[in-house]
Ligand binder design. Structure first.
Ligand code: 3HC
Length: 283
């Protein structure tokens, strides 16, 4: 497939990162969210990253102008109608995703591939809602998207091999390394990483300070950042949602979420995005 235009639904941390790397690879991008403030924040974040790259001498001012011109923002999903691929990166809620994919199935052209950046949810369930499950696939990016090399490609039960091939090739063209995963909750990375972060939250609940836990894993296991700093980066609401999803899907008590994590989410402390999580980013 000759991909020219890519739609990205959701201008949050993941969606804006995906839009950024697609524009850098030369694709036209339509970035959509539900409110002007969200698309503006997402677009400004992208421009900030490019400005830093220019300051570091990794990009030129001309590159920046060229990339900026490739992105248009919108509040209307109908603007995806002529996109070859649409990548959804909205809230991790299966009902919201199903509603959105039903709409995408109606709006997008027949040849379009509809990808979801879900971190754990069922591709088959999302595909069924679209009424064109053969064209729906998981394309799971990692935070921060411009820096992380991996994309997990996850076929659902009805996804065609052609669809898998299109997003695998696209992942390479936007500078990523694709790995094919199976449709099991959390796929590969989050199946391993989420229980790890949750276990760190259990240690924190047992009274070990966040700084000590993170220092130990950085120095003792060569992790680039500690598990609680990573949890704050990922978003504590997302982490809790995935823990609860594992608990429901596997019915195994080893996936129970830590109370410390649940209480932070209840208090509205969701990590970096709200200014507080296991750490305070407001100071
Ligand atoms: N946005 C865009 N780019 C960023 C960035 C951000 N927020 N943070 C860092 N980068 C880029 C920098 O621009 C730099 O790029 P360059 O090499 O081209 O100049 C590069 O990343 C390295 O950044 P720094 O030198 O400033 O910082 P570090 O070397 O400390 O690396 C890090 C920062 C890449 C975030 C590193 O700490 C890391 O790899 N942390 C672990 C991240 C991780 O595990 N992510 C996966 C989370 S799980 C997930 O996303 C799945 C989801 O479904 C839950």
């Amino acid at each position: 497939m000759d991909i020219k235009k890519i739609g990205v639904l959701g201008a949050g941390i993941m969606g804006s990162g995906i839009a950024q790397i697609c524009a850098e690879a030369g694709y036209e991008v339509v970035l959509v969210d539900i409110a002007e403030a969200f698309v503006n924040k997402g677009f400004q974040g992208i421009v900030k990253n490019w400005t830093k790259a220019v300051e570091k001498g990794k990009r030129t001012a001309e590159d920046l102008e060229k990339f900026k011109a490739l992105i248009t923002t919108s509040l209307d999903n109908k603007d995806f109608k002529d996109c070859d691929v649409v990548i959804e990166a909205i809230v991790e809620n299966i009902d919201v995703k199903k509603k959105v994919f039903k709409e995408l199935g109606e709006i997008c052209k027949d040849s379009a591939v509809l990808a979801t950046n879900t971190s754990a949810l069922s591709i088959t369930e999302i595909g069924t809602a679209s009424c064109r499950p053969q064209s729906v696939v998981g394309m799971h990016f990692f935070n921060p998207v411009p820096a992380m090399k991996l994309v997990e490609v996850i076929p659902g039960a009805e996804t065609s091999e052609e669809t898998v091939a299109i997003v695998t090739e696209l992942a390479v063209k936007i500078g990523k390394e694709p790995v094919r995963a199976k449709e099991t909750p959390g796929f590969i990375v989050n199946r391993l990483l989420v229980p790890y972060m949750n276990e760190a939250a259990m240690l924190y609940q047992e009274g070990i300070p966040a700084e000590e836990i993170d220092k130990a894993m950085k120095l003792g296991a060569n992790m680039p950042m500690g598990p609680l700093a990573l949890a704050d980066l990922v978003g504590l609401d997302t982490l809790l949602m995935i823990c609860d999803y594992y608990w429901r899907e596997f019915g195994d008590s080893k996936y129970r979420a830590s109370l410390a994590l649940r209480n932070k989410v209840r208090a509205g402390h969701l990590g970096r995005k709200t200014g507080k999580g296991f750490y305070d980013y407001t100071k």
